[in-house]
Design a protein around this ligand. Structure first.
Ligand code: NAD
Length: 365
């Protein structure tokens, strides 16, 4: 499910879309407001494409397009494997994300008009460099936006709970017992998700080694949960049971895999494997069980899906807890078919998407 970032430059757009099986790409331009937006819908067989709006100053137009395509595809897989009635979509605004005041309002209202043009086929939310206040500007132009102030709220505790349940499932698969009491867990990144994850893990009696480049965040977790602080560049070398990356992407790579002394890698960070096709099998080879990141960190998506469905927080947490069962299925499938868990997760998602397509065909025939 990876789209090569280097593609797009001299590539025909329809060819690129066909390769990734994308349905629709919308370019929306309102130059008087400095707005250039792209909405990418990957697959809507299971429901409307839901995915955030990323505000980023891409170097080139093709970089922005390829990012929109890649991110939308990721959302299809995340929604499908999680069992939500949602498809995959994502949007990017190409420009300087530091824009403020009335200019910012104009940019996001223009984006709202672009979202509205799709009549509900795409629903947007926050992403990198966008906030609930930006979503409120979008909401002036369209109803197809979630994550507004006073609605489902900060997704991080829900995401952290899903990661915690996922870690327990990985422990069950690896040790035949999902109890985390006494297990040594190395957590990288103590931000919104990492902090709540440490709270959940410490609550079950896990022993924590933690790292963050922000020393204030480290001190807080050391004080509150009795964690042991390690320098950020040493977290990969900790002799622990489980490594939970909750900071950046691409942390599992050629350089770090030989350093890992853990049985399991399971964390919140998006795109942990620098190269999915290479580093998924490399972890398998190294005898390390990998819990695919997009399965583990789906709690944030479930949280906004719950907002659409009118769920209570308890209902969203209950659905998030099912990440445990989904992961166990994935590990069983991976073992049975001799593939990496990442590959097994893709197969499970594709099976569901195909089912959705079949239902579409049945209804239309
Ligand atoms: P955040 O920005 O609140 O926290 C990230 C933390 O990582 C910060 O404390 C930062 O100082 C730290 N960090 C950065 N570089 C580091 C390094 N080299 N070593 C150690 N620490 C470092 O982000 P978050 O919301 O907690 O999200 C964490 C990860 O989970 C991200 O990859 C994000 O995309 C993913 N994720 C988050 C959610 C959510 O609900 N917030 C949902 C799905 C996925």
């Amino acid at each position: 499910m990876q789209i090569d970032d280097k593609r797009g430059g001299d590539m025909e757009m329809f060819e690129l879309m066909a390769e990734g099986e994308h349905e629709q790409l919308v370019l929306w331009s309102e130059p008087r407001f400095g707005y250039k937006g792209i909405i990418s819908l990957h697959d809507t067989s299971l429901g409307p494409g839901l995915g955030g709006t990323r505000f980023w100053n891409y170097k080139t137009e093709s970089e922005a397009l390829v990012d929109a395509l890649r991110l939308a595809r990721g959302m299809t897989y995340k929604a499908a494997v999680t069992g939500l009635a949602l498809g995959g979509g994502k949007s990017v605004i190409w420009g300087d994300p530091r824009v403020s005041g009335v200019e910012r309002e104009m940019v996001f209202r223009a984006h709202g008009r672009a979202v509205e043009s799709l009549g509900g086929r795409y629903i947007t939310a926050e992403d990198v460099n966008t906030s609930p206040a930006d979503m409120a500007f979008i909401a002036l132009e369209t109803d197809h936006v979630v994550g507004l102030e006073g609605t489902s709220g900060d997704p991080s505790p829900v995401t952290a709970y899903g990661v915690y349940r996922g870690i327990k499932a990985a422990a069950m698969a690896r040790y035949g017992d999902d109890a985390l009491g006494g297990k040594h867990i190395a957590v990288q990144g103590l931000g919104s998700v990492g902090y709540h994850l440490c709270e959940d893990l410490a609550g079950e009696g896990a022993r924590l080694s933690v790292a963050d480049i922000d020393t204030g965040r480290v001190d807080r977790v050391v004080k509150q949960f009795g964690a042991q602080a390690v320098p950020p560049d040493v977290i990969f070398d900790v002799d622990a049971d489980i490594f939970a990356p909750c900071a950046l992407g691409a942390v599992v790579n050629d350089e770090t895999i030989p350093r890992l002394k853990v049985d399991i890698v399971a964390g919140a960070a998006n795109n942990q494997l620098q190269n999915t096709a290479k580093h998924g099998p490399a972890l398998l080879e190294a005898g390390i069980l990998y819990a695919p990141d997009y399965v583990l960190n789906a709690g944030g998506l479930i949280n906004v899906y719950g907002e659409l469905q009118g769920w209570s927080l308890e209902q969203s947490l209950q659905k998030t807890g099912e990440i445990y069962d989904t992961l166990l299925r994935i590990f069983t499938l991976a073992e049975g078919e001799g593939v990496s868990p990442e590959e097994a997760a893709s197969r499970l998602a594709e099976e569901r998407i195909e089912h959705g397509r079949h239902l579409h065909r049945t209804f239309l025939s």
